[in-house]
Design a protein around this ligand. Structure first.
Ligand SMILES: *Cc1c(COP(=O)(O)O)cnc(C)c1O
Length: 403
């Protein structure tokens, strides 16, 4: 597994063009500097690689299948493949990153693990990793998300994690992240903060992207096997902070034959005041210790985001995505809550797969993508829909026209 040193990777200070860096309070210098100094050494160590690879294979269940969705393909008249991250242990791509980071934390001798979570998938993946390694686990989660993703709250607690309810702001992912950073500042010596996406101070964006890059690494082999060539014409992935998308794009960034699409959450409509379409609405600023693009008012107040899917309900985006957007390498359109619900149902009926609401955003973009009959499209199916049953059944029960 090679780290990407291509055109779009970070410089030594963790900058992707204008974006990235580490804008941290002084209390965090020792922690962040230790990570910056150590992480590449640890990751490139043969014993680390061996342990990481073995966990991905034997615990997570990788490689995840690349499935040619024939009925969906017939509907859209092209060749559509689903990268089945939903089939990973714990039901999403998040576990790839937590396996890497828990091994890192052990090598740094950290005994206490903290994390933030939105949809609860990262919280569950972190609680799982901590149970596996026998480490203490504290997860911060917004009160709104605790309600709409209750099964995941129960799972975290069963796995032995302490879930701390966050009541500030919009009581969602941004606020949970603030609380986790506050905890880290107060416990700098013994605590490792497992950030769940390609956000936060350098080196997190690069490190998390690397742990997720196994997704596109496998895609290349699987495409070669199934299509006779190792690249698709387009890759689609939903974007909250951007980790599943980064993993799915990673090995194609420097291949101009591959069109890349990161699909954001348009909520009730991009200009409705209730969306999380960061790159359509955002401007440059600093969020969660890195320079990126975020939704903010003219005087720099973070705008509360909205999405039906908790995992996309975030007002910022990873700094590498901000750079990929500014440079034009990746397009970042958005789809609405309604469109995502409709796409989820379409996948259920056509392929027998209940997707996470987050992943349904990537699926929904198929309606808008102009493609040719023989084109190969890969959709990163980032997670499964078990956690979203309540939302799905509410919309069914309401007699929603699309369902
Ligand atoms: C967390 C989550 C996301 C959004 O996070 P990214 O870092 O943007 O990938 C998307 N899909 C699922 C299933 C998730 O759990």
């Amino acid at each position: 597994m090679e780290e990407n040193k291509g055109t779009y990777s970070a410089d030594a200070r963790g900058f992707y063009g204008d974006f990235g860096g580490a804008y941290i309070p002084e209390m965090l210098y020792p922690n962040v500097e230790e990570l910056q100094k150590e992480y590449q050494l640890i990751l490139s160590d043969a014993s680390f690689q061996e342990e990481f690879r073995s966990l991905l294979k034997n615990y997570v269940g990788r490689p995840s299948p690349l499935f040619e969705a024939k009925r969906l393909s017939a509907h859209f008249q092209s060749r559509i493949f689903l990268k089945r991250e939903d089939l990973n242990h714990t039901g999403a791509h998040k576990i790839n990153n937590t396996m890497g980071q828990i091994l890192l934390a052990r090598r740094l001798n950290k005994k206490r693990i903290i994390a933030e979570t939105g949809a609860g998938q990262h919280g569950v993946a972190t609680a799982t990793a901590c149970a596996l390694m026998g480490l203490q686990c504290i997860v911060y989660m917004g009160a709104v998300d605790m309600k709409r993703q209750k099964p995941n709250v129960d799972r975290m607690r069963m796995l032995g994690a302490e879930v701390r309810e966050v009541q500030s702001g919009s009581k969602t992912l941004k606020d949970a992240t603030n609380e986790a950073i506050r905890d880290w500042i107060n416990n700098p010596a013994d605590t490792h903060y497992i950030i769940g996406s390609v956000v936060g101070p350098h080196p997190y964006p690069a490190m998390v992207a690397y742990f997720q890059s196994v997704i596109s690494e496998e895609m290349k082999l699987q495409l070669q096997e199934q299509c006779g060539r190792e690249y698709p014409d387009a890759v689609l992935a939903c974007v909250g902070g951007g980790s599943n998308a980064m993993g799915a794009f990673y090995h194609f960034l420097d291949d101009p034959r591959v069109k890349l699409f990161g699909i954001e959450a348009g909520g009730k409509g991009v200009h409705s005041g209730f969306s999380a379409a960061t790159l359509t609405l955002g401007t440059p600023g600093i969020l969660h210790a890195s320079k990126t693009i975020l939704m903010q008012t003219a005087d720099g107040q973070v705008v509360e985001p909205h999405s039906i899917s908790a995992g996309l309900d975030y007002p910022g985006i990873g700094p590498q995505h901000a750079h990929l957007f500014s440079s034009g390498r990746v397009q970042y359109p958005s789809v609405t809550d309604e469109e995502a619900l409709r796409a989820a149902q379409q996948l259920m009926r056509l392929e027998g797969i209940i997707p996470a609401l987050e992943s349904a955003h990537a699926l929904a973009y198929l309606e808008k993508l102009s493609m040719q009959a023989d084109e190969i499209i890969v959709i990163n199916l980032s997670g499964r829909g078990d956690k979203d049953m309540e939302t799905y059944s509410t919309h069914l029960a309401e007699g929603n026209a699309s369902l």
